[in-house]
Ligand binder design. Structure first.
Ligand code: DHB
Ligand code: FE
Length: 279
């Protein structure tokens, strides 16, 4: 059967992708951030999954406000990098895994999670930057990817609790797929950041570090963080962190922390990365 063995939480800041694409990772500003990503790349190289379920959000690249789906699964066999205004990133296209993706769609929908389904979809920095952070600059991404796109942009976003439960249902769905597949799951976005309004530039390192701690120490606390608390403590875009709770829910009751890196500043965000294994 297929198994979820590892979970990766990471920020997906577009400027991190631009620093990689324009060879700036060794500059003073970026080096401390990228040095901390090296152990994560080594981990992924040593423990390369067959497929990754990559939980991310689209930033008005594939979908604008005409269509807002709360949870959406990409079932295509290929997802091209999106044009985000400066042309698409020069990174490999993303190969999907339609068989597992359709199995997830069926299992989740019959389990009462009403997923939208995308047969065709370009993927923006929310998805490609986490791949760059953890895989570097290969000619082709080393595993297949099932995009799971979450609305974190337009109120009402789903609750963190709903996201966690979706993660639990994903675990069950993966474990009922008959083929022996090694599956990883990414939760992306965050950490604290606010890109707009009077508090633009807000970063809350205490909140972020407590969030990283409680992914193993007190998941219940994280699951009960509501929209207002994210907004107040982690800025208007901090709610992207609910996507990390899908990843955490998919790891089962107990998870073990393997590696963590937190660095401020990275563009306008507190940049976090964590690797967890199902315990
Ligand atoms: C920034 C961060 C994000 O997560 C994002 O999606 C866009 C911009 C930023 O820090 O600039
Ligand atoms: Fe974002």
């Amino acid at each position: 059967m297929a198994r979820i063995t590892a979970g990766i939480g990471t920020s997906h800041v577009p400027a991190i992708g631009a620093a990689i694409d324009h060879d700036k990772t060794q500059e003073d500003y970026w080096k401390p951030l990228f040095d901390g990503y090296m152990p994560a790349q080594e981990y992924v190289e040593k423990n390369t999954p067959d497929v990754a379920i990559l939980v991310y959000n689209d930033h008005a690249s594939a979908f604008s406000l005409e269509l807002i789906s709360t949870f959406l699964l990409g079932v295509a066999d290929y997802f091209p990098p999106a044009d985000e205004g400066y042309g698409p990133r020069q990174v490999p296209g993303v190969e999907g895994h339609p068989e597992l993706a359709w199995h997830l769609a069926e299992s989740l929908i019959l389990d009462e999670f009403d997923m939208a389904i995308a047969n065709e979809m370009p993927v923006d920095h929310g998805l490609t930057v986490p791949l760059s952070i953890t895989c570097g600059q290969p000619d082709a991404w080393p595993f297949k990817v099932i995009p799971l796109c979450v609305n974190v942009i337009q109120y009402p976003q789903p609750t963190g609790k709903r996201c966690f439960k979706l993660g639990q249902a994903i675990r069950k769905a993966v474990e009922s797929f008959p083929e022996d597949l090694h599956v990883a799951i990414y939760g992306t976005g965050g950490m604290s950041h606010q890109l707009q309004g009077e508090r633009a530039g807000l970063i809350n390192a205490d909140f972020d570090n407590a969030f990283l701690d409680d992914l193993t120490a007190d998941v219940d606390r994280l699951v009960n963080i509501g929209h207002m608390e994210y907004l107040r403590e982690s800025g208007s875009e901090g709610i992207e962190m609910i996507m990390w709770l899908i990843m955490r829910g998919a790891l089962g009751e107990q998870a073990k922390e393997i590696y963590r890196h937190y660095h401020v500043p990275a563009s306008n965000t507190g940049a976090g990365l964590i690797i967890l294994e199902a315990a």
